[in-house]
Design a binder for this molecule. Structure first.
Ligand code: ATP
Length: 249
């Protein structure tokens, strides 16, 4: 089997008496979408925060691209290529779509410009930014102010900005939240293509999207993984049915 891009081993995190993460081990393999599902309060966000470095686990390890990253802070993990999207958004509403992605490229290149205006004409920024916009399905919208984008287009802009980091893994926290049916379908297609660039750990409540996209699904309940498997395996798992899917499956 291919080496995992991301590997969690026996992670544990308690808040007082509450075990928010209770011995979680999982892998994210090259090219896959691995969905993490579970009821509200199961500990999905707490797990993501331990991966990106916002919360220190009480015990257990996180390895990324074959390297232990437990000692690294959020910025150092991001520089290694761990891209988290959709929860914290740094889109600048008054800047155009292209300019927003250019700023992301600038940040990723670690370049510092004395004056912003000439920098925003620099082909070293415009060209990669235009490519990321195309990959995110926003070609033709470069000159529009970010504030004027629809909700779905804004998600695409966030994907383009995440692509600027040249990520080795995407951590996506509820990308479908607030999307209409059509927007959710478009985003599903986009995410499906995105896995070729980097594998995706997808936290999502929209089960249509999860079943359409996931190569594997892990189910978290009260901080514990109760199952990991393919869509068919998870749908057929009686414990998952009882604990989470219920009538949705
Ligand atoms: N900083 C904190 N201090 C104390 N308790 C916390 C803290 N963060 C999370 N919790 C608790 O840990 C548990 C897991 O929360 P978490 O937000 O990770 O769940 P979740 O699966 O992401 O939920 P949702 O699907 O609603 O976003 C919850 O009971 C929550 O109240």
């Amino acid at each position: 089997m291919a080496e995992p891009i991301l590997e969690l081993t026996d992670l544990r995190k308690s808040f007082g008496a509450l075990k928010a993460t209770d011995g979680v081990s999982l892998t994210l393999l090259p090219g896959e979408i691995h969905a993490l599902i579970g009821p509200n309060g199961a500990g999905k966000s707490t797990l993501i925060k331990q991966i990106v470095g916002e919360i220190r686990p009480d015990s257990g390890t996180v390895r990324f691209m074959g390297q232990g990253i437990d000692a690294l802070d959020v910025a150092a993990r991001a520089r290694l290529g761990l891209a988290r999207s959709f929860q914290v958004s740094q889109v600048i509403p008054d800047f155009t779509v292209l300019q927003n992605v250019m700023l992301a490229v600038m940040g990723a290149q670690g370049r510092v410009f004395r004056f912003l205006r000439p920098a925003l004409r620099d082909p070293g920024l415009t060209e990669p930014a235009a490519q990321h916009l195309e990959a995110a399905g926003l070609a033709g919208r470069e000159g529009v102010k970010a504030a004027a984008l629809s909700h779905g287009e804004r998600r695409k802009l966030e994907i383009a900005m995440a692509l600027a980091l040249q990520p080795r893994a995407f951590l996506l926290d509820e990308p479908m939240a607030g999307m209409g049916l059509e927007g959710a379908q478009q985003l599903t297609t986009l995410l499906s293509d995105l896995r070729a660039k980097a594998p995706i750990l997808l936290v999502e409540h929209d089960m249509d999207a999860v079943f359409a996209l996931a190569d594997r699904i892990s189910v978290l309940v009260y901080g514990r993984l109760i199952a990991t498997g393919t869509v068919a395996e998870i749908r057929a798992n009686p414990e998952v049915q009882r604990s989470y899917l219920g009538e949705e499956a």
